[in-house]
Design a protein around this ligand. Sequence first.
Ligand code: TNX
Length: 542
Amino acid sequence: MPAPERVLPDPDGDFTLTPDAALRIDPAGRDVADQLAGWLRPATGFPLPVTDTADPVEGRLTLTLSPTAAADIPTQDTRSAGAAPRDARDGGTPTGGTRDGDGDDDALGDEGYRLDVTAAGVRIVAATPAGLFHGAQTLRQLLPAAVESTTPVAERWVMPGGTVVDRPRFPYRGAMLDVARHFFGVRDVLRVVDHLARYKLNHLHLHLTDDQGWRIAVDSWPRLAEVGGATEVGGGPGGWYTRDDYRRIVAYAARRHVTVVPEIDLPGHTNAALVAYPELAPDKTAPPPYTGTEVGFSYVDPADERTYAFVADVLGEVAALTPGPWLHLGGDEAFKVPAESYRAFVARAQALVAATGKTVVGWHQLAPTEHVDGRVLQWWGTNGDDPDTAEAVRRGARVILSPGNHAYLDMKYAPDTPIGHDWAGLIDVRRAYEWDPGSHVQGVPAEAVLGVEAPLWTESVTTLAEIEYMFFPRLPAVAELGWSPRETHDWSRFRSRLAAHGPRWTTAGITFHPSPEIPWPSTPPQIPTQPTPHPAPITTTP
Ligand code: TNX
């Protein structure tokens, strides 16, 4: 999960991990090998030393970085080979043809990997550390669910034999966490990064500012965080990230091959900034702090030069803290800003992003504004007929797809879901899965699609357990749409593969929604998951 591009099972090739196993790596793969060993040691209790391939020590898990790594396996897949489905043992091994796209079918590329499991050992080959990392996540999924235990378990650590050759369909696969409506501390965010990385999502979009709170320290405008960060929905204490907190998140994510995309939402969604700096407000008066859940009422003064100094300073500092290429400008729901002022504001703000060396990302409300090179629109509509976005694409924009009625993880699963919204409808697992990013919006062909993202707005989400409850099991559905070749798309196979993850989440202490659409194994391991203190008790096991 997500379904690999190609799988060639070998029923005679099962590998059993034993206490004497070691990981052999070439030096560039060291960090991935250390992380893989770190995932496997707690449950197995094995020492799993990591050694250089140059060392004489024999290792039976080998990670090899090869810049010319090729996807050289026979092109037949399990379906055309007529092999039996493996659902009974490992939740199903998906099959597929070749990736959409450029016809360069032999290169593993920036993120691809090849994983070989034979009775003699396991080998991951990739052209990049990111590819090795994704291969290591696949390896982890091939082991029994008990591998998720944080304490040693008596288990036969068997991995099914065969070869996986795998590459992503889209380069951008992400999730968004709104840390503005409710603030989430660094530890929670790091755990969210782990959840993304498991499913080969490679971008974490942090919605850092909104009416209810400003969550990132800006040295040149210190009251933004100090004053603007002290509120949140419902009147709680809020909070903000220091520069070091943010650096820690970025570094932790980078090690897991996840790029942080910071969003400073402008010109609307800015009440917290106006509380901190009334001179940015159109009437130069501080509004009261806002802890409700309405949208669209606030904006920074587009007619005042000080606003552009503020925007330049904030974007400059955030860009300097962010190694990734993206800077998200927001741009949504600026209902009170007249269209002409909005256009003029966005044109200047986009230029200020370009001046930082980053690429503009913005919600699709930016579509009618001036085009800048490389810009990316994040589409959150609920109706795939959007002429403005199609026109922006004709002018060169690329699109991240976050359709509100499929990918919004703040939507309830069902009428009785204890938290969440329903303005874009109810999103059960099947609805999260059943759409195609490559053809979802008219006039936005697959070539213009950078990828997919699942946003989690947090007006009603207040704890890590609630984040997880809204993520799982829908996040893997979105991850699969971003990663897997379209040919693998198949709801009935997906739901049985997904079912196999319930026991993994339970063992790992990850809260999830036990959706009735998924054939969860009837006897999930009885390992307690973490408590969910607020606001309503949430069931964590099917
Ligand atoms: C719309 S989607 C918003 C957010 C809300 C969300 C709630 C978007 C770009 N703006 O401000 O939190 O709906 O679902």
